[in-house]
Design a binder for this molecule. Structure first.
Ligand code: SAH
Ligand code: SF4
Length: 375
């Protein structure tokens, strides 16, 4: 038997342990109470994991040795191994993580930057992935081109944050689900990860500093609206009419704009924060000023805001961003209608320019070649 075949066999006998980072406080309470432990023990466990950030169960000094041994046999405390970090100290950093099954995902860290009004902001935003690939096939998106492989587990989502923090020594203040994948299509793991990331006992990132971005899965938007966490919602709209959206986003055939807006009304009933519409400007595709006028109407009705994003070219796709003048004209229509609309032309400054267009291009026996459409 060849060496690699033997490795596969060994793997088959002992499947990987579930990640300790995919457990919420109540999951720990349940697991521990089944073993005759008090609730207080769960507090101690999460304190070690998230406050003290220990690397192994052996470090849980106030937990009795037999229980530590059982924890070790049941859960993994491995964070995601980092295959590559690109970027420099003071700019966007990209992490390539290798998952247990040999797949890869990316996470992007956008460190402290100078804000629009010129004052320093100490915000550190992390853009996390929710799936390997994406099944929704938007015509402009590199992640969509790659196709869908699998959902990430809550542990893998949480690990992206913990590893980025460990590698950089920084604390993430803001989180956006704008990396690879459609988070709403992985709702169960997303909700669990949100619970852990937001929990004061956990990673402790304020819900208002967490944004979930979706291409418009209406029923899932309605479900997440029921979760009592004031997270923010961003909608990748990219077209103000069904005609335009149908052309570039296959999801629109399933949930058209009216259906999508119905779900946004449900969202608004339970969440106070403004919804953001992400609108990529693509030359000759969705940059017509009539689209801007319709977008203005729809945005006003919801009291939402608009984030205009110049399209970043994707290898293999023919599209380009409109001229600067054209993009500014589009923004002016919105502004004149009283809509808050941002347009960030600087390349790589905007979070959406940094993620959402990464494609895992080619897998080889040596590893993986990643092509970032824009950096
Ligand atoms: N699937 C979710 C989450 C991914 S977010 C969603 O679509 O919302 C990734 C963001 O980057 C989305 O707003 C997406 O529309 C945007 N994006 C994709 N391709 C892009 C490109 N070539 N240039 C600029 N933004 C792009
Ligand atoms: Fe998937 Fe979002 Fe890309 Fe569409 S824009 S293909 S939903 S990741």
């Amino acid at each position: 038997m060849s060496e690699s075949a033997m490795k596969v066999d060994a793997h088959a006998v002992s499947p990987p342990l579930p990640s300790a980072y995919g457990m919420s406080l109540s999951d720990w309470e349940e697991w521990l109470s089944e073993r005759g432990q008090s609730k207080f023990r769960a507090k101690q466990v999460v304190e070690w994991i998230y406050r003290k950030r220990i690397a192994s169960f052996d470090e849980m000094l106030n937990i009795a040795v037999p229980l530590r041994e059982e924890l070790k046999k049941t859960f993994s405390m491995e964070l995601l191994p980092v295959s590559k970090i690109s970027g420099s100290e003071d700019t966007t950093r990209k992490f390539l993580f290798r998952l247990e099954d040999g797949r890869y995902v990316e996470t992007v860290m956008i460190p402290a930057s100078v804000s629009f009004v010129g004052e320093r902001s100490d915000r550190i935003t992390l853009c996390v992935s929710s799936q390997v690939g994406c099944a929704y096939g938007c015509k402009f998106c590199a992640s969509g081109l790659a196709g869908f492989t699998r959902n990430l587990t809550a542990g893998e989502i949480v690990s992206q944050v913990l590893t980025a923090e460990r590698e950089t020594g920084e604390r993430v203040s803001n989180l956006v689900f704008m990396g690879m994948g459609e988070p709403m299509a992985n709702l169960k793991q997303l909700t669990k990860a949100l619970e852990i990331l937001n929990g004061q006992w956990g990673v402790n990132i304020g819900a208002r500093r967490i944004t979930v971005s979706t291409s418009g899965l209406a029923p899932q938007i309605e479900k997440l609206a029921q979760v009592s966490m004031p997270v923010r919602l961003a909608i990748s709209l990219h077209g103000a009419t069904d005609e335009v959206r149908d052309r570039i986003m296959p999801i629109n055939a399933k949930y058209n704009i009216d259906r999508l807006f119905q779900s946004l009304a449900v969202w608004k009933e339970s969440k106070k924060q403004k919804i953001t519409f992400e609108y990529i400007l693509i030359d000759g595709i969705n940059d017509d000023l009539e689209q801007a006028r319709i977008l203005a109407k729809r945005t006003r009705a919801l009291r939402a805001k608009v984030n205009l994003i110049p399209y970043n070219t994707v290898e293999g796709l023919p599209w380009e961003r409109p001229s600067e003048a054209r993009m500014q004209a589009f923004q002016s229509v919105l502004r004149e209608a009283g809509i808050t609309a941002t347009l960030r032309i600087e390349k790589g400054h905007d979070i959406n320019a940094a993620c959402g267009q990464l494609r895992l291009k080619e897998e080889t026996s040596e590893g993986l070649i990643v092509s970032a459409a824009a950096s």
